[in-house]
Design a protein around this ligand. Structure first.
Ligand code: BGC
Length: 741
């Protein structure tokens, strides 16, 4: 037997039955022989395990790890958040960081920003880079990506997800997973399912009709499993059909495992397990995080008390619960282990490499969405603007610390003010005014950003100082929005208001009056109300961008990068324009009924004819694009054929730029209510001035289907359909009709 010590300080024992770790391959037991089929190895290992060893494999032994089988040289499994970077090491049984000095990561832009790139190549780069960081830190499972659908702008966790559309989510999640997993690191796609609000997340029971479940809330997960090949999935905290989603028979056994053929492991959300019998029978494979707020609070042998630990073992021993279900869990956990921890072919990874920082900057720049740009206020021309005023707390506050489990520890976060100063250096003077005070706290889970954000001036003084400076500046950039504090963009609860917090509206109004060269940059993962929109010439949605935030922002502000992001969710004018709020269907006494059914986001705005402030798919560029000649290759298609819709897109402006060409489809004759149109294709093209590209979308029969909740199957009905091609859901440049025969 040999001992191998890993970075984590965990001893990995090589099997007594094997010769040694470095021994000749032919002497390896089947389960260790990577040349053998995975299922054969799993069966071999399973046959060697005692009941106690099996149970030990399926629940946590620390905040983020579960036990292997030391006797057989099967290592422990290490998970970590996720989804925007690799979380710092924590104490054995506490959320607080352990204080290591070698665990600072690259923080990548939040997933809302990734979705806003509408570029699957960016998703692949994201997954690859994050996977390399996870490998370097010897993580086996990354707790992400998060892909819950954006249902209400109040959800505190929207920033961790990919927006309101199932098609966009599906296309963006797959490359993330595939490229992450190429590193021998499993994705743990979360939170399955219907975790669309944070308020009362442990107790809320979601009622949703089968059409909305299948058409809106599940497609991203299905794509993650069937196309992305995700090796694990995290159950959600909330309930559905009265059962917690971490052990929900319908979601986990019937849909995920039986219908979709998922062969990975279902991992509970941390503290999302509530019952041994349900956990045993309803599809949960691994239990994490139950009631362990540090051993000082919970019992000393907390992990033995897990629902899937001793209580389960006792019921197995007495025959009250069947071993067959346990064996299914163990098979899945072994498979997960073989794919990750026990994969000897995986690369070593790297952390904070120049490539990763460049990736974070590139993804950030590509995800920034230019919402409005009257008088070409942006980009700021450094040949003419000699004095630039930056206003706002979000220009100087670190956003990688806070927000819940996605909080990170970075070596350095380039703040917006720093990025702007660096880019303007030697060309323009950059001055700063605070404008407002939001939250001056700097610590999360014992990670301290080390910033001093204290400010003694009154609200009116802060505004008058900013206005005075604005009057003397050639250009003003306001950097505000939300932050990662409770009731903002933060896990654990929802926002309390749709409007901007901390009296920012007043500051923006005052700045707009003082200087007409004003650009408002919104750092957030959510839509906000903009009562000042008609007075402000330029607005950009700049998200939470991670380590390279300031550089990515400066790239767009000064025109080094031509913005090409498009909104992955709608910005309603007011909260009541969003379906759940219009229908009183948000967070009603722990019972939330999704009364809007499939009419989420733009599907609601379109169908009800409620113009949004900024529509799903909207995003401007520093150049312009002309669309012409929208056409189909035929006028009808059969239920097993393909129809091609094409459009010519020309860069009609004077600089190089990328455009996201979007195709939506509407069913004109349907027996059931359907949205006016739904996204069914998009392509990002890069065009030089004057250049034209022909973009062709393939319409496949599945794209025309709806879920028939009476018969319980996907169906398409013959008849007329319209393909809408355009630059946003509210900017359709051409349509073409066709028939499904
Ligand atoms: C979150 C998960 C996270 C887990 C571990 C939970 O509270 O909901 O998304 O992965 O904690 O930090």
């Amino acid at each position: 037997m040999t001992l191998k010590t890993s970075l984590k300080g965990v001893a990995v024992l090589c099997a007594a039955t094997a010769v040694s770790c470095g021994g000749p391959k032919s002497d390896l037991p089947v389960y260790m022989d990577e040349s053998k089929p995975l299922d054969e190895r799993v069966e071999d290992a399973l046959g060697r395990l005692t009941l106690e060893e099996k149970v030990a494999l399926i629940h946590a032994q620390s905040k983020f790890s579960s036990r292997g089988v030391p006797r057989l040289g099967i290592p422990d499994l290490w998970t970590d958040d996720g989804p925007h970077g690799v979380r710092p090491e924590v104490l054995w049984d506490e959320w607080n960081q352990a204080g290591w000095t070698n665990d600072s990561c690259t923080a990548f832009p939040a997933l809302t920003c990734l979705a806003a790139t509408w570029n699957p190549e960016m998703s692949a780069l994201y997954g690859k880079s994050l996977g390399e960081e996870a490998r370097y830190r010897e993580k086996d499972v990354i707790l992400g990506p998060g892909i819950n659908i954006y249902r209400t702008p109040l959800n505190g966790r929207n920033f961790e997800y990919m927006g309101e559309d199932p098609y966009l989510t599906s296309k963006m999640v797959v490359p993330y997973i595939r490229n992450l997993q190429k590193n021998g690191v499993a994705a743990c796609v979360k939170h399955f399912a219907l975790n669309n609000q944070e308020a009362h997340r442990h107790t809320v029971n979601v009622t949703v009709d089968d059409r909305a479940l299948r058409e809106i809330y599940l497609p991203g997960f299905k794509a993650a499993v069937q196309e992305g090949g995700a090796w694990s999935i995290m159950g959600a905290y909330n309930l559905y059909k009265g059962q917690h989603c971490c052990h929900n028979e319908y979601l986990l056994n019937d849909i995920l495992k039986d219908e979709w053929g998922f062969d990975g492991a279902v991992i509970s959300d941390w503290g999302g397990t509530y019952d041994t019998d349900q956990a045993a029978m309803n599809g949960l494979d691994m239990e994490f995080g139950t009631g362990t707020d540090g051993l000082t609070v919970s019992a000393k042998n907390a992990y033995d008390k897990y629902y899937m630990a001793l209580p389960y073992l006792e019921k197995l021993r007495s025959g009250e619960l069947p071993v067959a279900q346990l064996d299914d869990k163990v098979r899945r956990v072994l498979k997960l282990n073989f794919r990750t921890a026990m994969n000897t072919h995986k690369p070593f990874g790297s952390m904070n490499s120049p490539e990763h920082l460049a990736a974070a900057r590139q993804i950030g720049g590509e995800g920034i969405v230019l919402l409005k740009n009257d008088n070409s206020v942006l980009p700021i021309d450094l040949d003419s603007a000699k004095k630039i005023l930056v206003v706002g707390e979000n220009a100087i506050k670190m956003m990688t610390v806070g927000g819940g489990s996605s909080s990170l520890k970075v070596q350095h976060e380039v703040l917006p003010l720093e990025g702007i100063k660096t880019a303007a250096e030697g060309k323009a003077e950059v001055i700063y005014e605070r404008g407002y005070v939001g939250d001056v706290s700097t610590v999360f889970d014992a990670v301290d950003s080390g910033q001093d954000l204290s400010e003694s001036r009154s609200e009116s003084r802060l505004i008058s100082d900013a206005v005075k400076a604005a009057k003397e500046a050639d250009a003003v950039i306001f950097v505000g929005g939300l932050n990662k504090s409770t009731n903002q963009d933060c896990e654990g609860d929802d926002r309390r208001q749709y409007g901007l917090p901390y009296a920012q509206d007043k500051v923006i109004e005052a700045l707009a009056e003082a200087n007409s060269n004003l650009a408002v940059l919104l750092v957030s993962g959510n839509a906000v109300e903009m009562p000042w929109i008609d007075k402000v010439p330029a607005v950009a949605q700049v998200w939470f961008l991670g380590s390279q935030a300031g550089n990515a922002i400066a790239d767009v502000v000064f025109g080094k990068v031509n913005p090409s992001g498009k909104l992955p969710f709608s910005f309603p004018v007011k909260l009541e324009d969003s379906a759940p709020h219009a229908l009183g269907a948000y967070d009603v006494a722990d019972e939330t009924e999704y009364k809007e059914s499939i009419f989420v986001g733009y599907r609601w705005h379109d169908t009800r004819n409620i113009a949004p402030l900024f529509a799903f798919g909207h995003g401007l560029s520093y150049t312009t694009f002309g669309y012409s000649n929208v056409r189909a290759d035929k006028s009808s298609m059969s239920s097993d054929g393909i129809l091609k819709v094409s459009v010519d897109v020309t860069n009609t402006g004077s600089r190089q730029g990328k455009e996201v060409v979007q195709m939506y489809i509407g069913d004109e004759e349907s027996s059931l209510p359907r949205p006016v149109k739904e996204l069914k294709g998009f392509r990002k093209v890069d065009l030089a001035p004057g250049e034209t590209a022909t973009v062709t979308f393939e319409v496949e029969p599945e794209m025309l289907q709806f879920y028939d909740d009476v018969e319980g199957c996907w169906k398409s009905e013959p008849g007329k359909f319209t393909a809408y091609v355009g630059a946003a859901s509210d900017d359709i440049r051409g349509t073409v009709e066709f028939e499904l025969k």
